[in-house]
Write a protein that binds this ligand. Sequence first.
Ligand SMILES: NC(=O)c1ccc[n+]([C@@H]2O[C@H](COP(=O)([O-])OP(=O)(O)OC[C@H]3O[C@@H](n4cnc5c(N)ncnc54)[C@H](O)[C@@H]3O)[C@@H](O)[C@H]2O)c1
Ligand SMILES: [Zn+2]
Length: 378
Amino acid sequence: MRGVRNPSPGARFPAHVRVESAGGPYEVRLGAGVLDSLPLVLAEVAPASRYVVIADDVVDELYAERVATMLDAAGEPATRLCFPAGEASKTRETWARLSDAMLAAGCGRDCAVVALGGGVVGDIAGFVAATFMRGVPVVQVPTTLLAMVDASVGGKTGVDVPAGKNLIGAFHPPRAVVADPDTLRTLPLEQLRAGLAEAVKHGAIADADHLAWIEASREPLLAAEPAVLAALIRRSVEIKARIVMADEHEQGERRLLNFGHTLGHAIEAASGYRLLHGEAVAIGMVLEARLGERLGLTEPGTAEALRQLLDAIGLPTALPPAWDATTVVAATRTDKKAHAGRVRYALLRRPGEGLGEEAGWAVAVADEVLVQVLASEG
Ligand SMILES: NC(=O)c1ccc[n+]([C@@H]2O[C@H](COP(=O)([O-])OP(=O)(O)OC[C@H]3O[C@@H](n4cnc5c(N)ncnc54)[C@H](O)[C@@H]3O)[C@@H](O)[C@H]2O)c1
Ligand SMILES: [Zn+2]
């Protein structure tokens, strides 16, 4: 990979990354300690008569008390709601329970939701906010690396259903994102790694320098050194923000963010959600890079370069042994990216560059080709 550049020379924190959205502009506020500014941020961008702080039970235990106390001290009444942690909770049932609890607590159109947690909380609390009384504001407060670099930005919300991941949902951009890397101190290492998978994705589709920097910085990243994590988050958010601003509703360039995800979602679902989202995406990226090479669209060596980097981070890079390729391929067919019967894949041209507009951002691939790629040893 190409030369290493500091992704944030002289970067100052807190950093504010501005995102333009059809629902209005919002800022990603990033930096150690920014959580303390939450009451001010809420008063500024989402004034409400009541705040509903939604977390999963792990995050509720760790951070919700602190957030509720801060809001209380600022004279901003808060109601805490939580649900069991894990992807298995990202369902219509949880959405219904949270929405009913808000109704029972007397929340009206003048409430606002604070999504406090990882991507599961962000997606489901965002969807609750998108639909409650036809839409109330949400402020995203991501507490996993994955949610900081990816899920909290861009406005996609939703739930999983038996037919597949994220198939029911809405675009509902946040009024602000408040990302405090101090909250990552409590995050388990496997979750940190899963978040790095999405940062690798950002480098892979749009920024070879980011990719090289991650490779060079992986030791301090895995040691969760705050300054290095903050630099990583900032660059990834900048990349994601740029792409989302160019194409908020995924008519074009935003499809690139699905690199590794068409197979990744299928693998995640086929594992019964035992693989973490980021782990499934790591496998998906390697296999989709290999698919691109087989189709002659991706520079040879790309899949191996990605495999080495993900492996060095400690992420899985191949399907678990004994897995049947046809089961995974069958699972891709419910993906939203399916179009006229063929599933579309956002592929790379080379590390740091996705297929461009001239290739339609994503290409339709026949199931047979996919089975060959999955079944081959690589
Ligand atoms: N909307 C989007 O654009 C988008 C983008 C990427 C991923 N996603 C979604 O995000 C989800 C994955 O997100 P995730 O990886 O954050 O999973 P997650 O929300 O399940 O969090 C992972 C685990 O970490 C725990 N946790 C969270 N913060 C913690 C902290 N600070 N300290 C200790 N433990 C903590 C949680 O309780 C959970 O057990 C998937 O459902 C995926 O589809 C959405
Ligand atoms: Zn993802």
